[in-house]
Design a binder for this molecule. Structure first.
Ligand code: Z5A
Length: 212
């Protein structure tokens, strides 16, 4: 749903680990910049000094034993700061914001993975970003085993990457359910293919949206 009060465009990339979000966000940034657009790339959790500190707490391996609802609140604390300090000002200035993960990740991981009921996530989403949804979400979809194998090339497993396969299967299923429920916003991209084919499809989607 396009928020009519904003001038910029809010694009999010979603998917399980190793789906290729970092790879393709760089490509999209380049493509849109070459088309003369002002683009800002950011990520969640993170994107601000506070958000990056919260990210460290959430991703680092430690003995803090963070419970699922505390994890959920930390995600939204980081998101609230990110929206106020980075995302909303950029959108108000007509900039295209490319965000590596947003609230769909919370439904997938804290909801699907950790089992937090979606009503609790709905309430926090309504509190932190009422009336704001991404204009376009690219869901890079691939089987969990391939994603985990690709992600393992990025170094040591973090706190999420150490979860069992079932955790990621649940997250993937939630993502696919979101895409079925909101097909106008969420475009599912088959991420099993090679990078060139995926990027051709991403380019076509961006062209359909008149972004390049
Ligand atoms: N999280 C959460 O729980 N709740 C929330 O609300 C939010 C986040 C916002 C950090 O995310 C964690 O936070 C995340 C969920 C949680 N959990 N984990 N883990 P992140 O996005 O920073 O972490 P990530 O998903 O693990 O990122 P990643 O492993 O770096 O995946 P990626 O960015 O999607 O993939 P990539 O780095 O672009 O590619 C991975 C490797 O595969 C790399 O070597 C590529 O060169 C290679 N690759 C990529 N595409 C291909 C293709 N098509 N073929 C072959 N090889 C490929």
């Amino acid at each position: 749903m396009i928020n009519k009060t904003q001038k910029g465009t809010f694009i999010t990339l979603e998917g399980i680990e190793g789906a290729g979000k970092s790879t393709h966000i760089r490509y999209i940034h380049e493509l849109l910049s070459q088309a003369g657009k002002k683009v800002l790339t950011t990520r969640e959790p993170g994107g601000t000094d506070l958000g990056e500190r919260i990210r460290d707490i959430l991703l680092m391996q430690h003995e803090l034993n963070i419970d699922a609802e505390s994890e959920l609140l930390l995600m939204f604390a980081a998101r609230s700061q990110h929206l106020k300090q980075v995302i909303l000002p950029a959108l108000a200035n007509g900039i295209i914001v490319l965000c590596d993960r947003f609230t769909d990740s919370t439904y997938a991981y804290q909801g699907g993975g950790r089992g937090v009921v979606s009503e609790k996530i709905d309430r926090l989403a309504n509190l932190v970003h009422p009336n704001l949804k991404p204009d376009l979400t690219l869901l890079l979809d691939l089987p969990v085993d391939i994603g985990l194998e690709r992600a393992s090339k990025n170094g040591e497993a973090d706190r999420f990457e150490s979860e069992a396969v079932l955790f990621f299967e649940s997250a993937r299923q939630v993502y696919l359910n979101i895409a079925i429920a909101d097909p106008g916003r969420v475009k599912v991209v088959n991420a099993i293919r090679d990078i060139d084919h995926i990027q051709q499809e991403i380019k076509s989607i961006l062209q359909e949206h008149k972004l390049c």
